[in-house]
Design a protein around this ligand. Structure first.
Ligand code: OSB
Ligand code: MG
Length: 370
């Protein structure tokens, strides 16, 4: 296929509820959507999961826009692509900027699946027709409010609860949740808020039977995590530290992690996500799909990826209504009794809702082959 046209929309969507992590609070989501069209008029969609501010990693919406416009689009517009796996290979001359790369690569995966009349899940090799999902819950000022939020989502059927922790909001919060919900699969995500000086504190979490603790130490570390894992019963799961299959291999070989959170954007796209999945499966390391507060487009990509067989643990792909009054896809992503039914329409399987998209679009850019 030939990539004939690329359209980018800069989006602004207000979140239904603010979401707080150890590094900051999100009230709204500013992000990019990218549409790739082929010479037959087929269209595929991707989403940049980079945030406004470089808090989670070094990328932002604006750095993504710059890298996509000035470096990635020139590599693919007007060019012939046989299979989406070729895209990340062509982008490999550009270092990092994984979320920017993933935006373009994701749109081309969707386009490829549609052109070949198959679902994205099928194009990736996924077989499940429904996926089990959990939910990630931000820091609440009052623990009573957190308990009520958790209760609501447990009652909605989410298969595991993840809560954010930070220094001063950790052991006692988890103790209270465990008391209230003795049997719910529970985990904690620190978003890099601790250091090895906190080993004794982190060891106190071992009595609560957490499924895992996610990224307790520095966002670029795999050495200290190995030191920490030796002293913890609770399995460590790396998020921020993993950008590639190579990072995964090194972390697994060092014993820094027993579980991997795969985020498509963080690892540079679906091709690399699949490679990490395959390697972890060989190594007996379970994986799950992380989230970046995506709109429906990015969410649909997460749903498709999660159909691969080593996504053994429920991920963070909650339903659209958990984040947005109105999502940009139709139908929206719906969670019933903790499951999302994988759509059967071709590509990502959800249609763009242009009415909603137009409402939330603040700028548009077009690039055509000629
Ligand atoms: O660390 O997984 C994370 C949200 C923003 C930034 C980082 C993270 C998160 C989440 C929410 O945990 C996942 C989601 O619901 O999309
Ligand atoms: Mg995380």
């Amino acid at each position: 296929m030939i990539i004939q046209e690329i359209n980018i929309r800069k989006m602004k969507m207000k979140m239904k509820h603010p979401f707080t992590t150890s590094f900051g609070t999100f009230h709204e989501k500013n992000f990019l959507l990218l549409e790739a069209k082929d010479e037959l008029g087929n269209s595929g969609w991707g989403e940049s999961v980079a945030f406004d501010s470089p808090w989670y990693n070094e990328e932002t919406l604006e750095t993504n826009l710059h890298i996509i416009k000035d470096f990635l689009i020139p590599i693919i517009v007007g060019k012939k692509i046989g299979h989406p796996d070729e895209v990340s290979e062509r982008f490999s001359a550009i270092r990092k900027n994984n979320m920017a790369k993933s935006t373009v690569e994701g749109a081309i995966w969707d386009l490829y699946a549609k052109r070949n009349e198959m679902t994205l899940a099928h194009a990736l090799g996924g077989k499940l027709d429904k996926i089990e999902v959990g939910i990630s819950i931000g820091i609440h000022e009052k623990v009573e409010d957190l308990v009520e939020t958790v209760r609501r989502f447990v009652e909605e059927g989410y298969k595991r609860i993840k809560v954010k922790i930070k220094p001063g909001y950790d052991v006692e919060v988890i103790r209270e949740l465990r008391k209230q919900f003795p049997d719910v699969p529970l985990m904690a995500d620190a978003n890099s808020a601790y250091t090895l000086d906190d080993v004794e504190l982190l060891k106190q979490l071992d009595v609560f039977n957490l499924t895992m603790i996610e990224q307790p130490l520095a966002s670029d570390d795999i050495i200290d995590h190995a030191t920490l894992q030796k002293q913890l019963i609770t399995p460590i799961c790396l998020d921020e530290s993993i950008h590639s299959l190579e990072d995964t291999r090194k972390a697994v070989e060092l014993g820094s992690t027993k579980i991997i959170n795969i985020k498509i954007g963080r690892v540079g796209g679906l091709t690399e996500a699949k490679r990490i999945h395959d390697y972890c499966m060989e190594q007996g390391i379970p994986v799950w799909c992380g989230g970046m507060l995506e709109s429906g487009i990015g969410r649909a990509h997460n749903v498709a990826l999660t159909t691969l067989p080593n996504f053994i643990l429920p991920g963070d792909t909650a339903g659209s209504s958990r984040y947005w009054e109105e999502d940009v896809i139709s139908p929206e992503v719906i969670v019933e009794d903790g499951y999302i039914t994988v759509p059967t329409a071709y590509g990502i399987g959800y249609e763009p809702n242009y009415n909603a998209m137009d409402k939330f679009t603040v700028e548009q850019y077009q690039f055509k082959a000629y």
